[in-house]
Unconditional design. Structure first.
Length: 118
């Protein structure tokens, strides 16, 4: 039953993104930032953890989960380090994911040759 909820919630998030791409003139970059801000907002008001307990990877894997991780790290760091934690906490909390993205981008840049679409 867990896999069903993961699939449904993750599919719903993707469906919202597709609807925004198809029905509006919003660029994909703005949609990405909107999803990240939605995760940040849900974490800031304390709702994201409840959704995450229910939907698991369905809400954590998309960019919404990255925004929530940034917010959770910043909130925790502010509690321990003060105002400086607002700037350092989010990056500390997501450093593993960012490092992985940079590493795999480098590996794929070595393997594949980029070219422009014709």
């Amino acid at each position: 039953m867990t896999y069903l909820w993961v699939f449904l919630v993750g599919g719903f998030v993707c469906m919202i993104g597709e609807l925004l791409i198809i029905t509006t003139n919003i660029t994909s970059a703005r949609i990405l930032v909107s999803f990240e801000l939605a995760g940040l907002f849900l974490q800031a008001i304390g709702v994201f953890d409840y959704i995450s307990d229910f939907a698991k990877a369905g809400i954590n894997v998309p960019i919404v989960g990255f925004g929530a991780s940034l917010a959770k790290g910043a909130i925790g760091a502010v509690k321990t380090h003060g105002l400086l934690g607002a700037f350092t906490g989010g990056l500390t909390a997501t450093a593993g994911g960012i490092a992985g993205a940079i590493f795999f981008a480098f590996v794929f840049a070595l393997i594949f040759k980029s070219h422009t679409k014709k």
